[in-house]
Design a protein around this ligand. Structure first.
Ligand SMILES: [Zn+2]
Length: 134
């Protein structure tokens, strides 16, 4: 079965004498382009807002969208650690590995600005390359 598809609206911009109606149409088109560009600028602004909303890891200083609040030593100081440092101080266990006697889990902090757009934080962990592309 063959289905005939209408190829959409083909615009002809060959007429030398533009009517008022056509002129307005073109103006509107240009205006639309403007809006698109503004939107893109807004998105860039959003990105920098996300970056501004990040907090640095208290151990390594890396700015992150997600930090884990925890105590890691006898000073009972609350640290905000990135996932990488958290793995080291907790042994990769939420409540702390058995040999991490001073470790205490205190919750998770998330960059809400990043959540608004649903943008996932960039992963810095090395991903295992199991299947290499052909
Ligand atoms: Zn860190």
């Amino acid at each position: 079965m063959e289905t005939q598809q209408t190829p959409g609206i083909i615009e002809t911009e060959v007429s030398n004498t533009l009517t008022e109606k056509e002129k307005k149409k073109l103006e509107r088109k240009a205006h639309k382009k403007d809006i698109k560009q503004n939107k893109r600028a807004a998105r860039n602004y959003e990105d920098s807002a996300i970056e501004a909303g990040r907090k640095p890891c208290t151990l390594c200083g890396t700015s992150c969208d997600v930090l884990i609040r925890c105590q890691i030593d006898e000073s009972e100081t609350w640290h905000m650690t990135c996932t990488k440092c958290w793995n080291e101080v907790s042994g990769g266990v939420v409540d702390g590995a058995s040999d991490k006697e001073f470790y205490k889990y205190g919750g998770i902090w998330k960059n809400h600005k990043a959540d608004v757009t649903g943008k996932k934080p960039k992963r810095k962990e090395k991903q295992p390359t199991l299947n290499s592309p052909p």
